[in-house]
Design a protein around this ligand. Structure first.
Ligand code: HEM
Ligand code: HEM
Ligand SMILES: [Fe+2]
Length: 456
């Protein structure tokens, strides 16, 4: 069922991504538990270490998913096999191995200081080499193939992610400069170049599942790319309010931060418009659900929850509170976890040589994860509003006293996390487990055996 043999490379990447996704969720549950039972595992696995593994596993599995998605869709887009399957496999093991070394190191307290970029220098170098191998391999494939907007935008996003990663190596001694460039990785990734990757993967999926003309879909893609880059680059300013930069950043950050809603809004309209335009209903209903759910949840998590605290007069009060955590969770999940689940759900049947399967289970996992994450976002938002009010607006309450007051929300977050974890396990089972309903899902009966033709 695969048109190009090298698309099969995606399988390794998707399995690797899902393994780390489960690890991420497990460590999320652990730190969620520590929030309410502070002494849980405090000697063997302190909160800061488990938190580091939670967010590092997140980044690594999302990247593995993007790599897998690229190896899956590029051959079809450019009508050519991947330049070097060998490089692709080496790159996987280098990247996965580096992540494993980092995690083991964290358990032994070997790490650096900057959030999300805690990997020791040699792990960062291994990651950079793996990324360069990947970029070389994909660029060689695209250069010699058919040029499509999807492939070009994807490549631009991937190169952007690679280029901005290099700022992870730059650690000026001056703390203000250090923060400025730290955001060039953290912010410009998720609110700039990763948006291009997301939009390109969605474009590919929408072309496949709606059957609308590629030309129409690609025109929107260009608009989204323009909006993302126009708002996202200067939008970095919404992290420069209180770190010691000049006051004009409060204007730039507020204005361009607010504009950052636009690409996410455009992606929702795009997906729903195409779904209604395309008369055809794709047989992989779960993939359609994820492809539509992704832009919608990303719009809420990134767009709405981002806008909530992007204006500097508001951020003055909410900065670094649970409001930030609420936004971080829904945005990462809606945009980048969901786009990965969409492409994995779409690609897995053909990677495994089966008809679309376990549709019902997969859709259950969609609803469990999405509602678990939505509930988690609400509890953290409530926690954040009360925290902001007591600590910063009314003031006078110490940080830890406030944490005591909002403990009930942290219990509810843990509950939401358990529901989410059930959904996560179900997803992995649905895409990698036994494929029971492969034919029944569509109500399709197996082809009847050919009958011998009577002689004339
Ligand atoms: C999918 C896209 C996005 C993701 C994954 C994301 C993720 C995050 C994360 C993880 C943080 C916390 C960083 C930290 O301090 O450790 C954060 C902070 C922030 N985000 Fe986003 N974000 C996204 C889009 C947006 C958008 C579109 C806006 C504005 C409309 C926005 C506004 C903000 C602001 C203002 C902060 C700083 C919060 C503070 O001062 O504590 N984000 N984001
Ligand atoms: C079982 C479900 C989960 C639980 C219980 C959980 C819990 C937590 C906790 C307790 C923190 C630390 C917050 C702090 O430092 O105060 C955290 C941070 C974070 N988690 Fe999760 N998490 C879960 C799932 C996820 C998922 C699915 C994603 C993304 C797809 C995610 C993304 C993040 C991010 C980006 C941060 C850093 C946020 C920030 O700095 O504001 N988590 N999580
Ligand atoms: Fe940002």
């Amino acid at each position: 069922m695969l048109r190009y043999q090298t698309q099969k490379l995606a399988y390794l990447y998707f399995v690797g991504a899902l393994v780390l996704f489960l690890a991420q969720v497990l460590f999320g549950l652990i730190i969620g538990l520590v929030y309410v039972l502070p002494n849980f595992l405090s000697v063997v696995l302190p909160f800061n270490i488990a938190r580091m593994i939670h967010i590092n596993a997140l980044l690594v599995w999302l990247l593995l998913g993007f790599f897998g998605a690229t190896y899956y869709l590029i051959p079809e887009e450019v009508e050519r096999d991947i330049h070097s399957p060998l490089i692709a496999k080496l790159q996987f093991w280098l990247f996965f191995g580096a992540a494993a070394v980092a995690v083991v190191g964290y358990l032994f307290r070997i790490h650096e200081g900057r959030e999300f970029l805690e990997q020791p220098i040699y792990v960062k170098i291994a990651i950079a080499v793996a990324v360069l191998m990947f970029l070389y391999n994909v660029s060689m494939t695209v250069l010699h193939g058919r040029k499509t907007a999807v492939a070009s935008v994807l490549l631009l996003g991937l190169w952007g992610a690679g280029v901005f990663f290099f700022f992870a190596f730059y650690e000026p001694a001056n703390l203000v400069l250090d923060k400025i460039y730290w955001w060039w990785v953290v912010h410009i990734w998720v609110e700039g170049v990763w948006e291009l990757i997301m939009a390109a993967i969605l474009a590919y999926l929408l072309i496949k599942v709606t059957g609308v003309d590629r030309e129409v879909i690609e025109k929107w893609l260009y608009v989204i790319v323009a909006l993302a880059l126009f708002s996202g680059l200067l939008g970095t300013g919404h992290h420069y309010y209180w770190i010691g930069t000049p006051g004009y950043w409060r204007w730039i950050g507020s204005i361009f931060g607010a504009l950052e809603i636009l690409p996410f809004f455009a992606m929702v309209v795009w997906a729903f418009y195409l779904l209604y335009q395309g008369g055809r209903r794709h047989e992989n209903k779960a993939a359609v659900l994820w492809s539509i759910g992704c832009p919608l949840m990303a719009f809420f998590g990134a767009g709405v929850w981002g806008f909530m605290h992007t204006l500097s007069p508001i951020n003055y009060y909410t900065h670094g509170t649970q409001v930030t955590a609420a936004h971080g969770h829904l945005a990462f999940f809606g945009a980048y976890a969901m786009v990965n689940f969409a492409i994995i759900t779409y690609a897995m049947p053909s990677l495994r040589g089966l008809m679309p399967f376990n549709q019902v289970l997969n859709m259950w996992s969609f609803w469990l994860m999405t509602s678990g994450m939505a509930f988690m976002t609400f509890t953290l938002t409530f926690a954040g509003v009360v925290q902001t009010h007591m600590q910063r607006v009314v003031g006078g309450y110490s940080y830890m006293d406030v944490q005591d007051q909002i403990a009930v929300f942290f219990w509810m977050r843990l509950g939401a996390g358990v529901v989410f974890a059930v959904g996560a396990a179900l997803f992995v089972y649905a895409v990698l487990g036994p494929a029971r309903e492969q034919l029944l899902a569509r109500g399709v009966q197996p082809e009847p055996e050919p009958q011998p033709q009577p002689a004339e």
